[in-house]
Design a protein around this ligand. Structure first.
Ligand code: DC
Length: 209
């Protein structure tokens, strides 16, 4: 079984994807980490994010440790969003994702284009979202928890810029697949969102049984 979970930054899609993977005992891939690895590589080389050529070179990230906390930083996330507009960068990352999805037994993948481009044949697709203000509040609380100084207004501006770039790029933009289920987590606790996600997947499985 393949489950595709897409949605904007800080929507809760990663938490939901991880919970679904645990529930269904499936391996999970956070595809945002691949784009973040390219961004971190570029940052370390001093490459220019405005150059598609440099960004493609940075897709050779065999030296990146996927447990490196820097991958999760706001700076790396911002560069990841910028380099993810390049079709050649996206192309270089496709095989890793389709190979992961093709594992025996299936997988859960989360990102922006999983249900539309990477595995449009997924058995269940969720599009997880929340208002920009709620997402900014969550991100702000997370930064505070990590002891990183930030202003709520700056976090909101950053989220809106990221939404705009991810949704309006021409290569694999962030859009809800026609056959995805919408899960708006704005007014939901994490537990409630996870329970709803499981119920939506179950309903899809029943439909296709
Ligand atoms: O989910 P995230 O915040 O870790 O993703 C970082 C950036 O990577 C995001 O702003 C856009 C890009 N991305 C993408 O274009 N396609 C994906 N499947 C996953 C992430």
């Amino acid at each position: 079984m393949i489950i595709a979970v897409d949605g904007p930054a800080a929507s809760g899609k990663g938490t939901i994807a991880r919970a679904l993977a645990t529930h269904y005992k499936l391996p999970h891939l956070d595809t945002g980490l691949l784009y973040r690895a390219v961004a971190l590589n570029l940052l370390r080389w001093g490459g220019d994010p405005e150059s598609e050529f440099a960004a493609v070179r940075a897709t050779d990230f065999s030296q990146i440790d996927f447990d490196d906390p820097e991958l999760k930083s706001e700076a790396v996330g911002g560069i990841a969003s910028r380099i993810s507009v390049y079709p050649a960068v996206r192309e270089a990352l496709v095989k890793r994702q389709t190979d992961f999805a093709a594992q025996t037994g299936g997988a859960v993948l989360d990102g922006r284009d999983i249900g539309t481009v990477i595995v449009p044949w997924a058995n269940a697709k969720l599009f997880v979202t929340a208002t920009p203000e709620i997402r900014a509040e969550r991100r702000f609380a997370e930064l505070k928890r990590l002891g990183i100084a930030a202003h709520y207004e700056d976090v909101l501006i950053d989220i809106q810029a990221r939404d705009d770039r991810d949704s309006n790029r021409s290569a694999a933009p962030l859009i809800m697949a026609a056959d995805a289920d919408l899960l708006d987590t704005s007014d939901m606790s994490i537990d409630a969102a996870v329970q709803r996600a499981i119920a939506l997947v179950e309903a899809r499985l029943e439909c296709s049984a």
